[in-house]
Design a protein around this ligand. Structure first.
Ligand code: NAD
Length: 255
């Protein structure tokens, strides 16, 4: 059985992922702001460093997989936080664990992105470029100047998906795999907060997948199970949309 670190483990998709993996007999290292094995704030460089150090100590420098679920939505207290958690909270945590993942012989990772990443920022954008260059201060500054949480959220998810795909090329050569899941709307506290938000609530409620409903966290955890299993042994660098057809609906003429 494997040792797997899951960020955002205390709620929503991350909690469902933990339930599935624990039921399958894996050993988990739960990471979250609180109520976890590793309590750390992934929005700051200091918190990420602490999260990496504590995770390495917990797995004895040998880790089979990481599932990066921690994220904040459009109702986050600041747009800079969206960049800090959704992009750098994923990339710096994963990179800090790369050696431990390699030590397991065939380390794997799944990043939870979003359909928003492909819908809203398909064009080059200075905010995305700054993230991909690893310039947190600059990307946060652009995000704060724009002051648009939906754009910052989409940009963070676009950038983290591009990061994952780039990384999968290097990892593939070492027998490691990295894939991204792009969920559509999923019934979690994050989604509920978006529906109740005075600025975005109506748009969020009206943005419904062709299947006529939001997903449930278990449906995303099913995708994680697959991407960590031997059934997906040749799947690397993929973006798996689990969205009831939302991406196909919005991008009906592009691929
Ligand atoms: P959620 O709010 O239920 O869970 C998010 C978890 O991340 C929480 O436990 C929270 O404490 C943790 N977290 C937030 N900031 C953190 C920080 N600074 N440091 C450490 N942990 C932190 O939300 P969810 O819907 O389960 O979201 C999980 C992931 O799925 C996120 O990346 C989100 O962007 C993505 N996503 C969600 C939806 C949706 O509709 N729910 C859709 C697409 C993508």
């Amino acid at each position: 059985m494997s040792t797997i670190a899951v960020t955002g483990a205390a709620s929503g998709i991350g909690a469902a992922v933990c339930q599935h993996l624990e039921a399958a007999g894996h050993t988990l290292i739960r990471v979250d702001l609180r109520n976890a094995d590793v309590n750390a704030d992934l929005s700051s460089a200091k918190g990420r460093k602490a999260a990496v150090e504590q995770t390495l100590a917990a797995c004895d420098n040998r880790l089979d997989a990481v599932v990066a679920c921690a994220g904040v939505g459009v109702t986050a207290p600041s747009v800079g936080l969206i960049i800090g958690v959704n992009y750098f909270g994923v990339t710096e945590y994963l990179e800090g664990l790369e050696t431990a993942l390699a030590n397991s012989g065939n380390g794997k990772a799944v990043i939870i992105g979003s359909v928003a990443g492909s819908h809203m920022v398909a064009q080059p954008h200075p905010m995305t470029a700054a993230m991909l260059e690893g310039d947190e201060a600059r990307s946060r500054q652009i995000a704060e100047e724009l002051g648009d949480p939906a754009a910052a959220y989409a940009a963070s998810k676009y950038a983290v998906t591009v990061f994952g795909r780039r990384k999968s090329v290097a990892w593939g050569k070492q027998g490691m795999r990295l894939n991204v899941i792009a969920p559509g709307a999923v019934e979690t506290p994050l989604h509920q907060a978006s529906k109740e938000d005075a600025r975005f609530g109506e748009a969020v409620k009206n943005f419904v997948a062709p299947m006529g409903r939001a997903g449930v966290p278990d449906e995303i955890a099913d995708g994680v199970d697959f991407l960590l299993s031997d059934q997906s042994a040749f799947v690397n660098g993929s973006v798996l949309f689990i969205d009831g057809g939302m991406d196909a609906m919005v991008r009906a003429h592009t691929f």
